[in-house]
Design a binder for this molecule. Structure first.
Ligand code: ADQ
Length: 488
């Protein structure tokens, strides 16, 4: 895409996300900043690294407003900046945060947007806390905001914030990105009318609203039409005094980083260690503990594979890594215990003293080990029952500099819209998963390479640099579209 952003703003870029990009940790009387390694931090860092990117005021770091995992006392007198970011901590009282983050965000919005309405808890206190917390983010932003600043608000924890900013700052450029699926209207309308309207109006405080896929864009446009009676012309919503652009921007990864990692000594070592200790065929999966990730469905599919295709017994190792997440919430504890039991049962039913069918780890995996496993495995088995995008599958493909390996991917992941050369499965259908594993194991190397090449090319073209570039290009173009549409 043509890059129009260099003519853009000379103000600062302010990111507002639920979490700050780092937290302060004390080790033996030393204090240091510990950076989160999530997809958003990498994506925002691409803004710093990419010379094609808009020239925000480069004498200033990227400003980041977010909830602080440290207390006010812990941060007293400490600098909250590293080379790239200047952090502005938001302190949320514990009782508010419980109803806001665990409550409204993770007990209501998360299950609803991932098509688990039966897990959604509707509670007036949740919404009150959501409003209060969004207001606390706004107050922090209000302390630092300058006229030329561009604000980029992230995700479902902050849907009211763009509207709050727009009310007081009509001229600042505001972007909003939603990282999880925006659900079909039948799900969205389960929210009380006043909540629905507040959320849609809040999001529409932004100039550009981004989702991962065209489907999510359509669902949002429909919600805007039905909830707030905003009409749209294609991707544009006319708000009487301004226009909002709603579009898809499929988030991506740093392709070159994963591609180059293939030859790094630590990755090679991890790959060799894995290959030596595992059976001749290796299946790998890695995700956060979450019901949306389809971990139980994956295990059922693998179980079906072992039942139906006994010729593969003792020849396959399934390495399944789950990173601890939200395990204070009851549903997550229950899910963890279901996973433990299912893994135990499969290993007990099929394994023997020479063979453990599943090697299950409940921990975070260091980067070199992760890429070591990506590049050691014959199959990546990614089976979410619903996922906004899913970056793991993109990381797997980008890591395969050897152009081998097979991706089995759920049709319910946003990434399936881009990665059609994967073996696409329905995660609810165990037989489909079982057959896909068999097909993957039997796939000739030439076909693996053909499919990998097509997917690698696509991710390379639309990497995380292209993603951020695309978003900010749209922000800049909107001004021009504004004028054009007024004349139509
Ligand atoms: P997540 O639900 O967290 O993100 P995902 O996109 O797959 O899911 O990103 C997970 C990241 O964590 C990947 O970079 C992966 O490497 C890493 N990771 C996962 N398990 C790990 C482990 N055990 N050890 C180490 N690293 C691990 C949300 C949405 C997604 C959307 C992203 C970005 O739910 O759908 O793709 O935001 O928008």
């Amino acid at each position: 895409m043509e890059n129009l952003t260099n003519s853009g703003s000379s103000g600062r870029l302010i990111i507002v996300a639920y979490r700050l990009p780092f937290k302060l940790v004390r080790e033996n009387d030393q204090v240091r900043l510990f950076q989160n390694s999530g997809g958003l931090v990498s994506a925002v860092l691409s803004l710093v690294k990419d010379t094609r990117m808009p020239k925000f005021n480069t004498s200033e770091k990227i400003q980041w407003v977010g909830f602080s995992e440290n207390t006010r006392e812990e941060l007293e007198g400490q600098s909250l900046a590293n080379e790239e970011f200047q952090a502005h901590p938001v302190f949320i009282p514990e009782e508010v945060n419980e109803n806001y983050y665990e409550g409204f965000c993770n007990n209501l919005i998360w299950p609803l947007c991932h098509y688990f309405p039966s897990l959604a808890r509707f509670n007036d206190e949740y919404f009150e806390a959501y409003q209060t917390a969004n207001r606390l983010f706004f107050e922090k932003l209000d302390e630092i905001l300058e006229p030329d600043d561009t604000i980029w608000v992230q995700d479902y924890q902050l849907m009211l914030l763009p509207g709050m900013i727009r009310e007081k700052y009509p001229s600042n450029k505001i972007g909003f990105f939603f990282h999880i699926p925006f659900p079909s209207y039948e799900l969205f309308r389960m929210l009380p009318v006043r909540w629905r309207k507040a959320l849609v109006d809040g999001i529409l405080g932004a100039d550009v609203v981004g989702f991962h896929t065209n489907d999510y864009v359509e669902y949002f446009l429909k919600a805007a039409r039905l909830v707030s009676e905003y009409g749209n012309k294609l991707h544009y919503i006319n708000m009487s005094n301004r226009i909002v652009k709603v579009d898809s921007f499929p988030i991506s990864i740093d392709f070159e980083k994963f591609n180059a990692a293939f030859d790094e000594p630590e990755v090679m070592q991890a790959r060799n260690d894995a290959r030596q200790s595992l059976k001749e065929k290796v299946i790998f999966s890695v995700d956060r503990l979450d019901y949306s990730k389809g971990i139980i469905h994956r295990l059922k599919g693998y179980q079906r594979f072992l039942e139906r295709y006994p010729e593969w017994h003792e020849k396959v190792s399934f390495v399944m890594v789950v990173v601890p997440s939200r395990d204070t919430i009851e549903q997550y504890q229950q899910m963890k215990s279901d996973i433990d039991q299912t893994v135990g049962k499969i290993n007990a039913d099929f394994g023997n003293i020479y063979w453990q069918p599943i090697i299950y780890q409940y921990r975070s995996m260091p980067y070199h080990e992760l890429v070591g496993m990506y590049t050691a495995s014959d199959v990546a088995l990614i089976t979410p029952v619903r996922d906004g995008m899913n970056l793991v599958c993109k990381e797997y493909v980008a890591s395969r500099k050897d152009r081998k390996g097979v991706l089995i991917l759920s049709e319910m992941a946003g990434a399936a819209a881009e990665l059609g050369e994967a073996i696409i499965i329905n995660p609810l259908d165990s037989q489909d998963i079982a057959d896909a594993i068999k097909q993957a194991f039997e796939m000739p190397v030439e076909e693996q390479t053909k499919r990998m090449d097509a997917m690698r090319e696509r991710i390379k073209d639309y990497d995380v640099f292209a993603w951020t570039n695309d978003f900010f290009t749209q922000m800049t173009m909107l001004e021009q579209e504004h004028d054009r549409l007024r004349q139509v």
